[in-house]
Design a protein around this ligand. Sequence first.
Ligand SMILES: Nc1ncnc2c1ncn2[C@@H]1O[C@H](COP(=O)(O)OP(=O)(O)OP(=O)(O)O)[C@@H](O)[C@H]1O
Length: 471
Amino acid sequence: MENSCALKGPVLVVDDDEQVANMVALTLQSEGIADLRKVTDSRQVMDILKQDGASLILLDMMMPNLSGRDLLPLIKQEYPYLPVVMVTGLSDVETVVECMKAGAYDYLLKPVEPSRLIACVKNAQHVNDLRNEISILKQYLLTDRLKQPEAFTEIKTCSKKMRSIFQYAEAVSGSRQPVLIAGETGVGKELMARAIHQLSGVKGSFVAVNVAGLDDAMFSDALFGHVKGAFTGADQVREGLIRKAAGGTLFLDEIGDLHGASQIKLLRLLQEGDYFPVGSDSVKKSDARIVAATNHNLQESMRAGRFRSDLYYRLCAHTIELPPLRERPEDIPLLTIHLVEETARVYGKQPPLLSAELIPHLRAQAYPGNIRELRGLVLDAMARHQEGLLTCEHFRLSKETCRNSVQVGNSNHLLSLFGHFPSFHEIEDYLIDEALTLSSGNHNLAASLLGVTRQTITNRLKARANGKTTA
Ligand SMILES: Nc1ncnc2c1ncn2[C@@H]1O[C@H](COP(=O)(O)OP(=O)(O)OP(=O)(O)O)[C@@H](O)[C@H]1O
């Protein structure tokens, strides 16, 4: 019995009549469902499932040697979550009822009507997606592990909230449904969109377009392209970005600013998977996965009549809300060190050590521009910095927060913290513990924060464990 309910693999079209199988396959291919396998001998089905799996089976009821009706219980016993759609002639309706009771997902009557076939397959795929998503989320609840941590390498974080978001992103990355990434400016929405693209394992490209400021004509031309002669000056055919994103991901940034007329076109693309190049009345199909991002509250925009509710509900099936930096201050040390190292590489400098008071200062900022703002601050500070420690003096920080943070060195504060005036070793231990907390236990990071080597921290911790520290 199959333990995992994650369903991967082609749609199997099982019919002894090759013509019918071809017709079904062609109809599905015309809808962009390309991962198909035709099987004309039903006795091969169980072996195929064992070797290559399947995400759905279209199973003819009447076949020589092993009928669909006899095969169904065998499939259901081994693969209880695999949707099986029975395909049958009208006269078999009673048997269909029996098959539904035996676990068939749905049935189609011959001759198969294309729109019903497509709707049935898409529904089954949607149910599969949801089941896969739930199954992955369940695994996370039990293990708290990421399957592909490398997809998130560019997103530096030690925040638990962000880690749960990574898990959710992994869970939805295999779905064909759109993903909406919401969050303030500069929180890393585009980085997240790229991670989802990488996680989904699709072969096509990641194509990004910022739709803010595009009027409807510009939007249609950029996305859908145009035919020669579509308008004055259109003397060449232009392939739209949607074509470039075929088999990949189309990232629509600032979707909350999308023009009203363009919203209708995008809705059609999401619902039907098709579009018209400008100046053409021949419809084109798209299999690009749509990921959209916004820093607006789309529900508010919807209530204010600026954003179509049908489009919103189509987009928000999988929503990822990235928290602002002020809600994950624990990321500030890690991000600062990452940005300092990155900038040092760009300027061809040695990465400087950070002064002890710098991180508390940086943590005290509000960052309305989030990580992009922190990046700007670090770039600017690194440009001023000549040599030695990187300190508060190099940063354009609010004087108020600097004054507040400087009070860390106040002796009253030390008295209230330790209950007595602390010894040198107590302060040392305290600093090491704080740095380890800030860096989520990362010794390299903690050493960099304290301006010492990693070995110093390790030796100190070892000595403490062996009871060799003096109070
Ligand atoms: N967690 C992170 N780790 C490292 N760099 C980050 C992180 N988050 C964001 N950045 C950097 O911050 C900058 C802004 O990120 P990004 O463009 O992804 O934000 P955004 O949310 O899409 O912004 P906007 O809404 O303004 O388009 C980029 O330079 C990006 O590399």
